[in-house]
Design a protein around this ligand. Sequence first.
Ligand code: IPM
Ligand code: MN
Length: 354
Amino acid sequence: MKKIIAVTEGDGVGKEVIPEGIKVLNLINDYMEFDFEFKEAPAGGAVWKQCGESLPEKSFETIKTSDALLFGAIGIPGLPQGVAEIAILNIRQGLDLYVNLRPIKLYGALRDRCPLKEEFIGDGIDIYFVRENTEGLYKNIGYLKDDEAENIMRYTRKGCERIIKYAFEFAKRKGHTKITSVDKANILKPSQLWRKIFHEISSEHSDIQAEDIYVDAFCQWLIRTPYSYQTVVTGNMFGDIISDEGAFLIGSLGMASSGNIHPGKVSMYEPIHGSAPDIAGKGIANPIGTILSVKLMMQESFNNQDLGNEIENAIEDALNEGRTIDIQNPSIKTLSTNEMGDLITEKLKIRLKK
Ligand code: IPM
Ligand code: MN
């Protein structure tokens, strides 16, 4: 099955982690019925410096005509605020990627890396954040004058319905029994619309327990009872914030992956960490967020659940033998980015050969 994958390494550690994702894709190429072709789509801060645009038209054209996009991270020190980030927002808006799927899973091997006490980890952490990805404060309506600035949080029925429906379908697919909607309906009008629509849609899904919670309270409960959440659906800005909080619970931001998805259309997969200029070029970045993004690509864009599960299993195998510095353990070998990618690929090869 021929699939064209657009690749944006971006800036900083993006250039180090993406090759590890490609390694995994190349292995899949060798062992499965896939035939991946990679096409570079340069974007980010360095590109902005060269040509004044962080997402050149040519790159967007490459992305639009591919089957999926694997994206690293963008941003370099010294740029004006926001110019690199615009590339991500333009891809999300330009491809109408209204779902931002962000899994937060604490692997057994990393329980000791979770900053919470054992009693708060309970049965473990395995949450899927479903973040609305095209509306709200991120729609880029707004201005900054000398002493005044404004952004508008606008949500539409269409925008709320499609993401909430997706979240219910997703929860069902994962066998979840509960879905949590996070909003600020005691204050914000868009949240009142959101909550109304959440209740409408939940009434069509009597098999899934639906609860809503204000975002401030959710931030508290996420570190007190993280084991109690399954699918969590929320708006764009809240989703940005709570997914970073969640990512810390799984040991390292370097472990967190994401999919910017429009079901059935070209979608974008990226680790949720940034370009990390402080550690870039040292070969120590954790490639697992990227490799888990490849897993999501296989499952959400290429409809191969089993392969995605095997990638995840290979990562768990590898974590017992070697780890990058951000998740290091004194009794386990510390590996470079490249070595971590090699170890995971080796573990996956054993699994795919079976
Ligand atoms: C993320 C990032 C982006 C966001 C930035 C880089 C535009 O923080 O993917 O969470 O705010 O959505
Ligand atoms: Mn973020």
